[in-house]
Design a protein around this ligand. Structure first.
Ligand code: BES
Ligand code: ZN
Length: 869
C-alpha cells in the first residue's frame, strides 16, 4: 500500500488566492443534489500580475460546468482528479468562477459534507467537509461572505436552513420551494452549514445586553419538543454568561440549533446554525441522566462560545486547532463551574484529563497541543488538543490573574477580530495585556508528554525547604534548546497539629529549583492545589499525612487527590497480596478503615463531592499506573475492595440509601445531583457486598426509580453482577424504552461496558444483530464497540486475544464507510506499548491485518503509529 502524504506545520504558506464572496445554489432532487457556486476570486496582493495555477479541493463529486468570467472554460485549461480541480495559467488578478457539480447525499455514509440523517439532510464541514459539497479552497484562512439559496420539495423538506439571516423565500412549480440565506460575517468554509427537513421547532428569544432581540430556535425530530427545555435554558444561560464574564454579545438576529441522530462528533459551531448530535440536545428527567443534563449544558455552552473564540477569530491552519478548541473548552469549563459546583466540576475535569489525556500522552499517539505534522487532521481532535489545551489556557489564567486574563481576551478581539490567527498570536495578546513575559510559557505548545515534578522537602528550623525538579518523557520531536516549561504551581502548607494552612503560588521556570517557606511547626505539603499544572507529582507521602489531607485540606481538589492516593495505596497492596498468595485479601487495614469511616461521617461536604471522595480509582486509572498490567487481577481486586467496604459499612450504606430515597421532587440543582449521585454510590457498595440486603436494595432501587440517573445505575448493577440477557431487569428496560433511541443507546452501552468477561463477546454478537441496533449510526457504534474496549478492560484485553480480533474486524467494516469513526475505534489499541508479550503479540497481529486491508488514511495513521511501537 502507498503511504499517504504527511502535512507539516513548517510548510505553511498563505493561499495564492482569496475568495471574497460565495454564492451557492443548492438544488435538492430525488436522486442527487445539484450545486451551483459563483465565487469571486482575488490574487493575493504580492502576486498581482503573475500568471498562476489555481488548485481547488473537491472530492466525491461530478463536475458538470465550469465558467471563468461568464465564459465556458476550454478543456485544455483545467484538469480534474479524485481530490482536486486545477485551472491553469490564470492571468486575471480578479475573476469570477462559476462551478456546477453533482453530489449524492444519500450515499454519503462518512457523514462529512452533505449527508442524510434519517429523513433529513444536514452538513458537517469541519475540518475538510466543504470540499465534498463543491470545489473550493478548503482551508480556514480563506474567509468569505456566503449567500446560499436552497431549493427542495416543500412537503419533504419544509425547512431549508443555512447560516446567517433569511433574506427571501418563495414557492415553485411541482410542489417545490426555495429559501435564501445571507451571512454578513466573513467565515472559513468549515463554518458553512445547511439543513433540509421536517422538524418540530422550539422557539424563544434573548435580549442582548445592548438591547437587541435574538430569535432562538431548536429544531428536533417530530414528537421531541418535550425534550428541548433544558437545551433552550442552557442556550440562554450561555448567552448571558458570555456577556457577563467576557463582555461578548451575540452578533446575528437568529441562533438556530438542529438536533440530528447521525453525527460523527458531539456538536458543531457553524455560524448561526449549530448542528448537534441529538444526545447533546434532548433530555427530560425520565430518559436523561444528570450527566446528560450537565453535558447538554456544557456542549450548548461550548458551541455558543465558539461564536467568538473560533468563528469571529478563527484558526490560520489546522495545526492551530487548540487556539479555538482549548480556549473554548476552558470557557465551557468556567461556564459549568459558575452554573453548578466549581469544586465538583474541577474534580470531574481533572479525573477525565488524567484518565484519558495522560493516557494518550504516554502512548503512541502522544503529540503536543499544537502538533507539527499529520496525515489526517480528523485524528487530531484529541484529548490533548482539547483538554490539555484547556489546561494550558487555565495556566495562563493562573499566572496573570483573572483580571489580566479578561484584558487579554479584550486585546485578542481588538487585534484579531475577523482574522485567521495562530496560538502564538493568542499568547501575545495575553502578554500585551498583562505585561508578563510568556515567551518561555510558549514551550507548552511544542512539548508532548506529561511532565513529572519530583518534589522533596526537608524542615530546617523554622524553614521548609522544597526542592523541585522537572522531568520530561523522552520525545522524538526536535525541540528548541532545553524547551523548559514555565508553570504555576499552587502549594498549601498544612500544620500537622493545628491544621492551619498557608497557600503559595510558585512559578516554576527551571529544571531544578529550591523554594523556602517560613513555618511555625511541622507541616504537610498539599501539592498542585486545584491541579494548577497538568503534571504528575512525585512526592513520598506518608499514609498518615494523606489521611490528614483527606480530612482537613481546604482545597477540594487536593482533598480528592489525597483520598485517591490512599485508595491507590490500598489497592496496590491488595494486588501484591493476590500476586504473592494467589488469594484475595479478606481484611481491611485498620488505618484505612478509620479514614473511610471519617469520610462517611463527614457532614459538612456537598453530596456530589462526597460521592466522588467515596469512589475508588477506576480500573482504567489503575491500569495506567502499571507496566504490563494484569487486567484480570485489577478487576478482581477492585471488586474485592468494594465488597469489603460494602460489607464493613453496610449499615451506613443501607441507611443512607434509604434516607436518600425519601427525596421525591426531581430538581436539576447541585444539591439534587449530589443526592442522586450519593444514592447510586451507596448502591454500588451494597451490591458489591453480595449480601442479601444489598440485593434487596438493588431490586427496590430499580423498581422504584423515577428518573434515568437511578434507573440506569440499577441496570448496570444487574449487568455487572452477571444477569443473563433474558433477566427480567434487562428485558423490562428494553420493552419500556424501545421507542426511545437515546435510551436504547444507553442500554447497548451498559451491556457492552459491564457484561462480565465470560459472556462479553457472545453478547456483543447478539446485540449487533438486534433490530434496534443501527449499524451505520456512530452513536450506536460507539455504544457497543468503544464502551467495550475502553470500559470493559478485562474482557477486551482477555489474554486469548479474542477481544482484539473482534474489535479489529469491526473497525475494518466501519472503515469501509466511516473512516472518522473507525479511526476513533482504533484508538482502543492505544495500550499496546504497556502490554505483556503475549497480549502485545495478539494485538500486533490484529493491527497488521488492519493495515494489510487497505485502510482509510485516518485508520492507517493511527494503526501505523501503534505498529511502530
Ligand atoms: N468543532 C467541534 C466539532 C468538530 C470536531 C467537528 C471535529 C468536526 C470535527 C466542536 O466545537 C466540538 O469541539 N465539539 C465537541 C464537544 C465539546 C463540548 C468539546 C465534540 O463534538 O465532541
Ligand atoms: Zn469546539
Amino acid at each position: 500500500m502507498q503511504k499517504p502524504k504527511t502535512i507539516y506545520l513548517q510548510d505553511y504558506k498563505p493561499s495564492n488566492f482569496e475568495i471574497t464572496s460565495v454564492e451557492l445554489t443548492v438544488d435538492i432532487q430525488n436522486r442527487f443534489t445539484l450545486v451551483s457556486s459563483r465565487l469571486s476570486f482575488k490574487k493575493r496582493e504580492e502576486l498581482r500580475g503573475k500568471k498562476l495555477n489555481l488548485d481547488l479541493n473537491g472530492e466525491s463529486m461530478e463536475l458538470i460546468g465550469l465558467k471563468l468570467n461568464e465564459e465556458n472554460v476550454p478543456s485544455d485549461r483545467f484538469q480534474v482528479s479524485a481530490d482536486r480541480l486545477t485551472l491553469f495559467n490564470l492571468v486575471e488578478d480578479e475573476f469570477i468562477l462559476e462551478i456546477q457539480n453533482k453530489i449524492d447525499p444519500s450515499s454519503n455514509k462518512a457523514l462529512e459534507g452533505l449527508y442524510q440523517s434519517g429523513p433529513q439532510l444536514c452538513t458537517q464541514c469541519e475540518p475538510e467537509g466543504f470540499r465534498k459539497i463543491t470545489y473550493f479552497i478548503d482551508r480556514p484562512d480563506v474567509m468569505s461572505i456566503y449567500k446560499t439559496k436552497m431549493i427542495a420539495d416543500k412537503t419533504q423538506y419544509p425547512f431549508l436552513l443555512s447560516n446567517g439571516n433569511r433574506i427571501g423565500s418563495g414557492d415553485l412549480p411541482d410542489g417545490r420551494h426555495w429559501v435564501e440565506w445571507e451571512d454578513p460575517f466573513r467565515k472559513p468554509s468549515y463554518l458553512f452549514a445547511m439543513v433540509a427537513g421536517d422538524f418540530d421547532v422550539a422557539r424563544d428569544t434573548f435580549k442582548t445586553a445592548s438591547g437587541r432581540k435574538v430569535d432562538l430556535e431548536i429544531y428536533v425530530d417530530k414528537g421531541n419538543l418535550f425534550k428541548t427545555g433544558h437545551a433552550m435554558e442552557s442556550l440562554k444561560e450561555s448567552m448571558k454568561w458570555d456577556e457577563e464574564r467576557f463582555g461578548l454579545e451575540y452578533d446575528l438576529n437568529i441562533y438556530m440549533i438542529v438536533a440530528v441522530d447521525s453525527f460523527n462528533m458531539g456538536a458543531m459551531e457553524n455560524k448561526g446554525l449549530n448542528i448537534f448530535n441529538s444526545t447533546y440536545t434532548l433530555a427530560d428527567e425520565k430518559s436523561a441522566t444528570d450527566h446528560d443534563f450537565q453535558n447538554i449544558q456544557a456542549v450548548i455552552g461550548h458551541e455558543y462560545f465558539h461564536n467568538w473564540t473560533g468563528n469571529r477569530v478563527t484558526c490560520r491552519d489546522w495545526f492551530q486547532l487548540t487556539l479555538k478548541e482549548g480556549l473554548t473548552v476552558f470557557r465551557d469549563q468556567e461556564f459549568s463551574s459558575d452554573m453548578l459546583s466549581r469544586a465538583v466540576k474541577r474534580i470531574e475535569d481533572v479525573m477525565m484529563l488524567k484518565e484519558a489525556q495522560f493516557a494518550e500522552d504516554s502512548g503512541p499517539l502522544s503529540h503536543p497541543i499544537r502538533p507539527s505534522s499529520y496525515i489526517e487532521i480528523n485524528n487530531f481532535y484529541t484529548r490533548t488538543v482539547y483538554e490539555k489545551g484547556a489546561e494550558v489556557i487555565r495556566m495562563i489564567h493562573t499566572l496573570i490573574g483573572s483580571e489580566n486574563f479578561r484584558k487579554g481576551m479584550d486585546k485578542y478581539f481588538e487585534l484579531y477580530d475577523g482574522k485567521a490567527v495562530t496560538t502564538e498570536d493568542f499568547v501575545n495578546a495575553m502578554e500585551l495585556a498583562s505585561k508578563k513575559d510568556l515567551s518561555q510559557f510558549k514551550n507548552w505548545y511544542n512539548r508532548p508528554g506529561t511532565p513529572t515534578l519530583v518534589i522533596r522537602t526537608k524542615q530546617e528550623g523554622d524553614e521548609l525547604v522544597m526542592d523541585v525538579e522537572q522531568k520530561y518523557p523522552p520525545t522524538t520531536l526536535s525541540l528548541s534548546e532545553g524547551s523548559i516549561l514555565h508553570m504555576p504551581f499552587v502549594v498549601g502548607l498544612l500544620d500537622k497539629t493545628t491544621h492551619q494552612e498557608t497557600e503559595h503560588l510558585l512559578e516554576i521556570k527551571k529544571l531544578k529549583e529550591t523554594f523556602r517557606f517560613k513555618v511555625t511547626g511541622e507541616v504537610i505539603p498539599s501539592l498542585n492545589r486545584g491541579f494548577s499544572a497538568p503534571v504528575y507529582v512525585d512526592y513520598p507521602f506518608q499514609i498518615s499525612d494523606l489521611i490528614t489531607l483527606m480530612s482537613f485540606d481546604s482545597d477540594p481538589y487536593s482533598r480528592y487527590e489525597a483520598t485517591q492516593k490512599i485508595y491507590d495505596y490500598v489497592l496496590k497492596n491488595e494486588l501484591n497480596y493476590l500476586k504473592a498468595t494467589g488469594k484475595l485479601s479478606e481484611t481491611l487495614e485498620s488505618d484505612f478503615q478509620e479514614a473511610f469511616r471519617i469520610l462517611l461521617g463527614n457532614k459538612d461536604i456537598d453530596l456530589s463531592f462526597k460521592s466522588y471522595l467515596l469512589e475508588l480509582p477506576s480500573e482504567n486509572s489503575l491500569t495506567q499506573e502499571m507496566d504490563r498490567p494484569d487486567f484480570e487481577a485489577i478487576h478482581l481486586v477492585h471488586k474485592n475492595l468494594q465488597k469489603k467496604l460494602g460489607l464493613q459499612f453496610q449499615d451506613w450504606f443501607l441507611d443512607q440509601h434509604e434516607t436518600l430515597s425519601e427525596v421525591s421532587r426531581f430538581e436539576l440543582t447541585p444539591k439534587a445531583f449530589g443526592q442522586r449521585a450519593l444514592k447510586n454510590q451507596c448502591l454500588t457498595y451494597l451490591v458489591a457486598s453480595g449480601s442479601e440486603a444489598g440485593l434487596r436494595a438493588l431490586a427496590h432501587h430499580y423498581e422504584s426509580a423515577t428518573n434515568m440517573t437511578e434507573e440506569i445505575h440499577g441496570l448496570k448493577m444487574y449487568i455487572a453482577s452477571g444477569a443473563p440477557l433474558e433477566h427480567p431487569a434487562i428485558q423490562k428496560f428494553y420493552q419500556k424504552w424501545k421507542h426511545d433511541s437515546l435510551v436504547m443507546i444507553k442500554w447497548f452501552s451498559s451491556l457492552a461496558a459491564f457484561t462480565p468477561k465470560s459472556e462479553a463477546l457472545t453478547r456483543l454478537s447478539v446485540l449487533e444483530k438486534d433490530p434496534l441496533f443501527l449499524n451505520q449510526v456512530p452513536n450506536y457504534l460507539r455504544a457497543l464497540y468503544l464502551q467495550f474496549s475502553k470500559n470493559n478492560l478485562h474482557a477486551f484485553h482477555d489474554v486469548s486475544g479474542a477481544g482484539y480480533d473482534f474489535i479489529s474486524e469491526r473497525i475494518k467494516l466501519i472503515d469501509g464507510f466511516n473512516p472518522q469513526v473507525a479511526s476513533k475505534a482504533a484508538s482502543s489499541f492505544s495500550l499496546i506499548n504497556k502490554l505483556d508479550e503475549k497480549r502485545r503479540g495478539h494485538m500486533r497481529s490484529s493491527l497488521e491485518k488492519l493495515v494489510r486491508g487497505n485502510p482509510s488514511k485516518d485508520t492507517f495513521e493511527v494503526v501505523s503509529k501503534f505498529l511502530a511501537q
